[in-house]
Ligand binder design. Structure first.
Ligand code: AGP
Length: 609
């Protein structure tokens, strides 16, 4: 996802800007650039990674103590140098960086061309910076005074940072949907779309509210305005609460993705310890007790892996607490006309807390009914963290790999704890033996990681597959879907998740000796049916990789290959089953020579719609 970074103060800006961008790399991008003001605006840009920009910077003298910078994840126009940000206005008076999508940019561009403007790039951003120039020329207003009009008339979502040669040292920041944060450090001021890039410089920050804008300059308190142009007193958040979110390196691991897979036992330990310490209730929900007791239905929204965690949440909440749960793709929910009822409670699941479809779903809820929204989120200070009625923090630490692994584990663990909290409110007791195995879960996750070598061997055997099917039934189904998504994201193999029983109603036609199937069969109670599934595939020459609990030897023997997890209560087996599938997709990615931590085309947080 695109990243914005800005600085104004007394230090040289160029290297600070590039360092700030390096903290945003994990979000995924395809080009980068900086603008520094020193009389004129000096701009350096490059397609590809930040190392290329750093190399260019080393051969060009770019001095100046204020600047803006950007990592671009292409939405309009190819990922090349011309389209990368920052973009200058025709007169070179302004330079702009932008996150988001401007939906009415084509009309604006046509109108500006009629007025004599010309364009070098295919981007909506270059249209916006020239629109600002046009308005400033026409009205004689300062660019900051144009922001209410920009926020009103420019459609879509955006976060922008603007530099103006006529106001040296001043940066203008505006937010409409996409997050933007002002970092405070005495006389120095910073801007970023992500707190991770600020934490090494600042102890406090102002999170721009939606449709607000700000003017920052060295040695002055930021002036923050609402959408009507009225100056407001903005809340200053203490940023050191996120110091623990600063990830510095991969440690001894080859990739962040592998490091984060191996962090899962400790994340589970943290959840299990907290759960037992709090007698399996969630103190963060104390203020919602009345609503939770009265809840007749939960509505869960999320995207991608977070959606799969929501499906796992439904299994746990319906089985342990007896409350109906509907799970919706956030993008479908927000474009639909969802029916929401008085005793509904909404749960929004988002690792980043910034996914546009999920956040628009949250806002749609409040436009229909005043219902509690519980956020499951991994980033303190994120939009979801600040807009939800209550936030269940995943505390998984920053997840740098674009493919979500430890955050998924933490989301599902949090859903399991939420199910137990709701069961407690309803007066239900936990299933026999479930809590005993829950206590063992962290060690069993650690034990499952020891199958890494076996998983690597299977990845070697199937790494050239062009297609794969991932099957699961019941509580395993979301794990099959998540396994297929991981393989898609990391190996670029076309992998499809499907219900085991449904496979014979059509997808079976796909099966031949080149189309392997992973059968997630860690539900020992269904061993017989899972053996049927394996036989249905094998009899069509399809290769089967069975994912089974250690005791399911019969099933393992029916398959061509198998991945084992330790024996555990069937309801907890999905936690273990997800590990070999994460490792399988990781090994596929490495064996196929891909960028594991930043897969092509993907972004860590999709803040565009
Ligand atoms: C998961 O591996 C993907 N990176 C993607 O599906 C992700 O889960 C989705 O974009 C939602 O992100 P969020 O959890 O930050 O809202």
């Amino acid at each position: 996802m695109c990243g914005i970074f800005g600085y104004t103060g007394s230090a040289e800006a160029a290297d600070l800007l590039i360092e700030g961008l390096s903290k945003l790399e994990y979000r995924g991008y395809d080009s980068a650039g900086i603008s520094v003001l020193n009389g004129d605006i000096h701009t350096l840009k490059s397609a590809g990674n930040i190392a290329k920009l750093r190399e260019r910077r080393s051969s060009v003298d770019v001095s100046g103590t204020s600047g803006i910078a950007h990592t671009r994840w292409a939405t309009h126009g190819e990922p090349n140098e011309t389209n990368s940000h920052p973009h200058h206005s025709n007169s070179n008076r302004y330079s702009l960086v932008h996150n988001g999508i401007i939906e009415n940019y084509l009309e604006m561009k046509k109108d500006l061309i009629d007025k004599g403007f010309d364009f070098k790039s295919d981007t909506d951003t270059e249209v916006l910076v020239n629109y600002i120039e046009h308005l400033a020329n026409e009205t004689g207003k300062q660019p900051a005074d144009l922001m209410p009009e920009i926020l009103r008339d420019v459609k879509g979502s955006f976060a922008i940072a603007l530099m103006d040669t006529k106001n040296p040292g001043v940066l203008i920041a505006a937010r409409k949907g996409s997050p933007l944060i002002i970092g405070l450090d005495g006389n120095e001021q910073y801007l970023s779309s992500d707190p991770l890039a600020l934490a090494q410089h600042c102890d406090s920050a102002i999170y721009l509210e939606n449709r607000h804008y700000a003017v920052i300059a060295p040695g002055k308190k930021p002036a923050v305005y609402n959408e009507r142009g009225l100056e407001i007193v903005a809340e200053v958040a203490v940023i050191d609460q996120m110091k623990d979110q600063i990830t510095v390196d991969k440690g001894d691991f080859s990739h962040y993705t592998l490091k984060e897979i191996y962090e899962q036992p400790d994340i589970a330990r943290q959840h299990v310890a907290e759960s037992f310490q709090n007698h399996h209730i969630l103190p963060e929900l104390t203020h919602l007790k009345k609503e939770l007791v009265a809840a007749k239905r939960l509505v869960v929204i999320g995207c991608g892996t977070s959606l799969h965690a929501g499906w796992m949440g439904r299994n746990y909440i319906e089985r342990l607490a007896g409350i109906p749960v509907v799970v919706e793709q956030a993008s479908e929910f927000r474009y639909g006309e969802p029916l929401l009822f008085e005793n509904d409670i909404v749960i929004a699941v988002s690792q980043s807390g910034e996914t546009a479809d999920t956040m628009e779903g949250v806002r749609l809820v409040s436009s229909i009914r005043d219902l509690p929204v519980i956020g499951l989120c991994n980033v303190k200070g994120s939009t979801l963290y600040r807009e939800a009625s209550a936030c269940l923090m995943l505390n998984a630490g920053p997840e740098i790999g674009v493919a979500s692994t430890k955050a998924f584990m933490s989301q599902v663990l949090m859903f399991f704890r939420l199910a137990m909290h709701l069961a407690d409110l309803k007066g239900y007791n936990a299933h026999e033996g479930l809590l005993d195995d829950f206590k063992k879960l962290p060690n069993l996750i650690e034990k499952t990681l020891k199958f890494n070598e076996a998983t690597h061997e299977i990845a070697e055997k199937y790494k050239d597959s062009e297609n794969m099917l991932f099957l699961g039934r019941g509580i395993q189904f979301p794990i099959a879907m998540e396994g297929a998504l991981k393989v898609k994201e990391l190996s670029y193999i076309h992998a499809e998740g499907y219900s085991s029983a449904e496979m014979k109603h059509g997808p079976l036609a796909l099966i031949d000796e080149k189309f392997p199937t992973v059968v997630v069969a860690t539900d020992s109670e269904q061993e017989g049916k899972n053996i049927n599934t394996v036989k249905e595939i094998s009899s069509r020459k399809g290769k089967v990789i069975a994912l089974v609990q250690e005791s399911s030897t019969r099933l393992a023997n029916e398959a061509d290959d198998y991945l084992m997890v330790p024996d555990i209560h069937d309801m907890l087996a999905p936690f273990l089953a997800t590990i070999p599938l994460q490792l399988l997709s990781f090994h596929f990615a490495v064996l196929r020579g891909h960028n594991v931590d930043q897969p092509r085309n993907l972004a860590k947080s999709v803040t565009v719609e």
